[in-house]
Design a protein around this ligand. Structure first.
Ligand SMILES: C[S@@+](CC[C@H](N)C(=O)[O-])C[C@H]1O[C@@H](n2cnc3c(N)ncnc32)[C@H](O)[C@@H]1O
Length: 209
């Protein structure tokens, strides 16, 4: 998906109450930010935010945080979530910085939807958001248990991810090699919609630590 640079994005993000521009200042204080004790689920690389917005709409007892590095992209998510009743905030930020944004025990679930497969060179596998270095970071943020829910169109990335989860002693469940055909409840992301329109299978799993 090509994204147009939106020079006005920064201004709009800074002035929107659904956006947290300095997530480091919220570390250890997210429950105060949401003003409740509900669990916190995050999506990393949320893109234009359809998945997390629609998920948040039907789960009012969960707090959601959508994280995305590209301000020209996340701003569309913010605009589309305007006037939507839900507990959702947007963070323009990097997955690599999660430990600066959250204290141990602050988040309970991480959604990774259609992350970059980094497939051309083996040395790039370290950049995959399911590489064991990332899994170890996610684990360090969980208190007792925590979950990662993964969806991808990329079979090779999926295979890699299953092995990474298992080698790091995560428990896997609800594995699907064709999510649409499985009939499971599903909220589509923007990328997923495009792949499904082309008839491509979607791979999905839930990993628990
Ligand atoms: C292929 S898109 C998928 C977007 C959305 N999840 C979907 O399924 O429609 C991947 C997104 O992840 C974002 N992204 C990539 N690396 C990231 C990182 N290290 N931290 C935060 N966001 C990242 C990209 O900017 C892009 O918007």
């Amino acid at each position: 998906m090509r994204t147009r640079n939106k020079p006005w994005a920064e201004d709009m993000l800074v002035n929107d109450t659904k956006v947290v521009m300095n997530p480091e200042s919220k570390k250890g204080k997210w429950k105060q930010h949401f003003n409740n004790d509900n669990p916190i689920h995050i999506e990393v690389g949320c893109g234009k935010g359809r998945f997390i917005r629609e998920t948040a709409k039907i789960n009012p007892n969960i707090n959601y945080i959508a994280i995305e590095k590209n301000k020209s992209v996340i701003v569309t998510g913010v605009i589309n979530a305007k006037d939507v009743e839900c507990s959702l905030v947007f963070v323009p930020g990097l997955v690599q910085n999660l430990t600066s944004y959250f204290d141990k025990g602050e988040i309970n679930r991480i959604y990774i939807n259609f992350c970059d497969p980094w497939e051309n060179r083996k040395k790039w596998h370290k950049r995959r958001l399911t590489h064991h270095n990332f899994l170890n970071m996610y684990e360090s943020l969980f208190e007792n248990v925590g979950e990662v829910f993964l969806k991808t169109d990329n079979k090779e990335l999926f295979e890699f991810s299953l092995n990474e989860f298992l080698n790091s002693n995560w428990c896997l469940k609800n594995i699907s090699l064709d999510l649409l055909k499985s009939g499971a409840d599903n909220i589509m992301t923007e990328y997923e919609q495009k792949f499904c329109d082309k008839g491509m299978p979607i791979y999905r799993c839930e990993a628990k630590k």
